[in-house]
Design a protein around this ligand. Structure first.
Ligand code: SAM
Length: 268
């Protein structure tokens, strides 16, 4: 069954996605995975297009980049902010064939597969068809997404775990997508597979406004709308929200999420 609604859909999503991009780590991951000047690049699930533009800069004037996303809002944002010669954006559903886009030397997909627990392998198979023989596929996703926190109330921790479980069962979200990436490339016969891992959310001390905005949006959009009852709190969601905001702002808490970046070369 094809899913139509993106879990984090909201009017500010282009903004949320754009502000949380860490240019330095994205650049390092792209370079590590084999992105080179002159390549033709696809950024699958490109969101607001900022990373597509970054990848485009890295391939230089002889390279080109195509950003693909199903959201008309984010494609419009991408075209308005990053449209240029050598870079284009297409509104497409990555569950559908993409073969008409031609083939690419390098295909990048970051923070998209986690929204497709049951279909992630099919998506990776589908996008493999647009990777040139000898070309590179780079998959990036999180493991234990939002699940590693220390120093927050046990009730809040339990509710966050329950929300993530509900998102898994009802919305096909997978907080453990990162750990699965390597096996997908292995099963699809990619060669020269390599993996690197870093911390994505690494939160301690004073809360910075980007993490505050990002996590508050996650709570207001995904947690609030997932159908969870919040019975642990006398005043339901409002009580959960208040405890989340105060605990998250406490400089003593420690939070991290591993980000796994996995690359391989498609065999001829
Ligand atoms: C969490 S965002 C990641 C954006 C960007 N890759 C980044 O790393 O910042 C996921 C993006 O995937 C897009 N997306 C989700 N399902 C899709 C689908 N079936 N086809 C194309 N894009 C999709 C969403 O619209 C959203 O912009």
């Amino acid at each position: 069954m094809k899913k139509n609604k993106y879990l984090m859909e909201n009017g500010d999503e282009a903004n949320r996605l754009e502000m949380k991009i860490d240019v330095e780590s994205v650049t390092a991951q792209a370079r590590w995975s084999g992105l080179k000047p002159g390549m033709r690049v696809a950024d699958v699930g490109c969101g607001p297009g900022k990373i597509t533009a970054l990848l485009h800069r890295m391939v230089g004037p002889d390279g080109t980049a195509v950003g693909i996303d199903s959201s008309s809002d984010r494609i419009q944002h991408a075209m308005d902010h990053y449209g240029n010669s050598g870079i284009s954006f297409q509104q497409r559903n990555i569950l559908d064939p993409l073969d008409d886009l031609g083939s690419f030397d390098y295909v990048w997909i970051r923070f998209v597969l986690e929204y497709y627990r049951s279909q992630a392998f099919d998506i990776v198979s589908n996008i493999t068809r647009i990777v040139k023989p000898g070309g590179i596929l780079c998959l990036i996703d999180l493991d234990h997404n939002c699940l590693n926190q220390y120093g927050i109330p046990s009730r809040l921790k339990k509710v966050i775990n329950s929300i993530m479980a509900k998102l898994g069962s009802d919305a096909d979200f997978d907080p453990h997508m990162g750990i699965k990436l390597y096996s997908m490339l292995y099963d699809l016969d990619y060669q020269s597979i390599d993996v690197t891992m870093n911390a994505h959310h690494l939160i301690f001390g004073e809360l910075d406004h980007v993490q505050d905005y990002d996590w508050t949006k996650k709570v207001e959009v995904a947690a609030q709308n997932c159908g969870y009852g919040f019975e642990e709190y006398e005043d339901g969601y409002d009580g959960f929200y208040a405890e989340f905001k105060s605990s998250f702002a406490d400089p003593r808490r420690f939070i991290y999420t591993p980000v796994i970046c996995c690359r391989g070369v498609r065999v001829a």
